[in-house]
Design a protein around this ligand. Structure first.
Ligand code: PGA
Length: 252
């Protein structure tokens, strides 16, 4: 049975003291109300990682970064390597988020390099894909996602896929309040799973968790998560509020 995962993407929100408070309150809730059905992951800004790792130590809650460098180490001023993320106590990293693709011009080959290095450092990768509104309106959303997977992910070896989690995030639904319908999410998730099956075989396809992201909130999470190929969510805005994030976890 593949894992259900609810990952919070804090993005560039909260100063350190606020992040620590949020991590403590989410952690307290999850320790008091453990759920075997889903793994919760907090993806924090880089500087929050080490102190939040201390808070989450010896718990079931995972910790992740939101990006990593495309080089392993060296003279890359201002960059943070996958190995550093791992050494700070994280187990996950988000790669290929649409905000990185659009604001920082990250293309599929760069995303592949980052993914490769993250896996090599022992991190699990939450690999994001998804189309923008115009691409959906032009009905080329399946092609767009297929290309992102082919060029950004499918050069990996079969054994690497065990540490890949895919997040399908239609860009038009991120932070906009618009959500893909459960049917729209399901058809894309099934499409992605079919592509994985064609490339890596049925066993890997069946085991790969595919998360939905884009204005997921307590009021719509249960319906989206009930779709057979939706294995949880990548949650932005709603992950900044303890009650909302915990309610979304419970919706699994
Ligand atoms: P949102 O963000 O939940 O605020 O739409 C999701 C994401 O960008 O991962």
């Amino acid at each position: 049975m593949r894992k259900k995962i609810v990952a919070g993407n804090w993005k560039m929100n909260m100063v350190l003291s606020e992040g620590i408070e949020l991590a403590k309150s989410v952690n307290k809730h999850l320790v008091e109300h453990p759920t075997e059905k889903a793994t919760a992951v907090l993806c924090t800004p880089f500087i929050h990682l080490a102190p939040v790792a201390e808070i989450l130590k010896d718990t079931q809650t995972g910790l992740g970064a939101q990006n990593c460098a495309s080089e392993a180490s060296g003279a890359y001023t201002g960059e943070i390597s996958a190995e550093m993320i791992k050494s700070a106590g994280a187990q996950y990293v988000i790669i290929g988020h649409s905000e990185r693709r659009s604001y920082y011009n990250e293309d599929d080959s760069l995303i592949y390099k980052k993914t490769f290095l993250a896996l090599k450092s022992g991190l699990k990768v939450i690999f994001c894909c998804g189309e923008v509104l115009q691409e959906r309106e032009e009905q080329i959303h399946f092609e767009v996602v297929k290309k992102q997977l082919l060029d950004g992910l499918f050069n990996l070896q079969k054994e690497d896929l065990k540490n890949i989690i895919i997040a399908y995030e239609p860009v038009w639904a991120i932070g906009t309040g618009l959500t893909a319908s459960p049917q729209q999410a399901q058809e894309m998730h099934l499409f992605i799973r079919t592509l994985i099956q064609e490339r890596y075989g049925k066993e890997i396809a069946d085991e790969t968790s595919i998360l939905y992201g884009g204005s997921c909130k307590p009021s719509n999470a249960a319906e989206i998560f009930s779709m057979p190929d939706v294995d949880g969510g990548l949650i932005g805005g709603a992950s900044l509020k303890k009650d909302d994030f915990c309610a979304i976890i419970s919706a699994i």
